[in-house]
Design a protein around this ligand. Structure first.
Ligand code: CU
Length: 387
């Protein structure tokens, strides 16, 4: 069909549309008033994308200097007929602590008020949608591989919606990424990339991603925090058990991650239960190569891997978390905040760049760290099961 013909038909269709559905000014005002107003920073993503919805996320995000990309709240829908259930309040990368092996420098990269970089279509890739003006946030829906394989009904692939942005931290770039999966999992990731520190291009250092997450499972105020450990000892040879106990005896404080105990936290709703009459909850699942410990002045926050506080106004400063817990307020049936470190040890490689005429060029490939929040007994059974 010729272009002129398409244009003529399009114009005709627009005119018909205007004539057929034009509202009077009063009606227009009423229609406008009745239409739900969706904030510009709110995203609703249902899964599977482009098919009838089985589950969905509603996420509000914000950007700022320093913290870059933060989550204001996140709400999950377990099924097409379910109500929105809140899972997150405020969530953010509260600090990025980067101490170098020789003792100096020791950067607190969130505290320097860096900006986000503007993204383009090359950064967004084929499935990315740029958000903001200038466009500093990218939304992507990605296939995430197999969700489950069943002996009778076959196989289902999963999907996730990612929201990410990139902090412009002098020579470094930090990818701050939140993932919201079809099965209710939330992923928190920070990726370190950019150019190695000038004059110390091959000096080892750490990138401590320090997260602050206000978990508001089914709203604020009725959540309790537990530690979940796998225990297997020589004294009880051949046997093992899973032990669930209140985090720090049920009050504000800290706990550590033990590789041989597969330490996880569990944040449960005090009263709301699933079909099996078990409280709905989320596991905090660490994904780590090790525990970062730093012993410089003001680095006490790195002496432990998990901290829990109650949610208090104005407490966002990760290096002060050891002070925030001093009153040992109750963290059972409370509005709780998780503080968690996800550390990355960067011992530079030749792959990080090269010296050309005495100048270091090239970019270090992204190194990721992070953790997941994973539903436990939030659903009644396998998500997206075919019957
Ligand atoms: Cu590095």
């Amino acid at each position: 069909m010729k272009l002129s013909r398409i244009l003529a038909l399009t114009t005709f269709a627009v005119l018909i549309g205007l004539a057929g559905f034009a509202a009077t000014p009063d009606e227009a005002i009423l229609q406008k008033a009745a239409a739900p107003v969706q904030p510009a920073n709110e995203i609703i993503q249902s899964f599977p994308a482009n098919e009838p919805a089985k589950t969905a996320w509603k996420v509000r995000w914000a950007t700022s200097t320093g913290y870059g990309l933060t989550i204001e709240s996140a709400w999950f829908k377990r099924g097409p007929k379910d109500h929105w259930m809140q899972v997150l309040g405020d969530a953010r990368l509260a600090e990025m602590f980067v101490p170098y092996h020789t003792g100096s420098p020791r950067f607190w990269d969130v505290s320097y008020n860096f900006s986000l970089i503007s993204l383009n279509k090359h950064a967004a890739g084929p499935s990315g949608k740029l958000l903001g003006d200038p466009p500093v946030v990218c939304k992507e829906v990605r296939d995430r591989g197999i969700l489950w394989v069943d002996t009778d009904t076959g196989v289902r692939r999963g999907q996730k919606m990612l929201l990410w942005a990139c902090l412009d931290a002098a020579n470094y770039r930090y990818l701050i990424e939140y993932g919201f999966q079809d099965d209710g999992v939330i992923t928190f990731r920070v990726g370190s990339t950019g150019r190695n520190y000038s004059t110390r291009e091959f000096e080892g250092h750490m990138h401590n991603g320090l997260w602050r997450v206000n978990v508001n499972l089914d709203g604020a105020g009725k959540n309790s925090v537990y530690v979940m450990e796998h225990i297997e000892t020589k004294d009880d040879a051949g046997k093992a058990q899973t032990v669930m106990r209140p985090f720090n005896k049920g009050v504000e404080g800290f706990e550590d991650w033990h590789a041989d105990k597969f330490t996880m936290l569990n944040i449960a709703h005090q009263t709301k239960k699933n079909l099996r009459k078990i409280p709905i909850s989320y596991d905090v699942v660490p994904l780590r190569m090790g525990n970062a410990r730093h012993y410089g002045v003001g680095e006490e926050c790195t002496h432990h891997d998990f901290w829990i506080t109650v949610n208090r106004k104005g407490e966002f400063d990760y290096p002060k978390v050891h002070e925030y817990v001093k009153n040992h307020a109750k963290i059972m049936n409370a509005d709780v905040v998780l503080w968690h470190s996800s550390a990355c040890h960067h011992d530079p490689r030749s792959e990080d760049g090269e010296f050309r005429n005495g100048t270091f060029v090239g970019s270090t490939p992204v190194a990721w760290s992070g953790f997941d929040l994973r539903p436990r007994n939030l659903f009644d059974r396998t998500p997206h099961f075919p019957y």
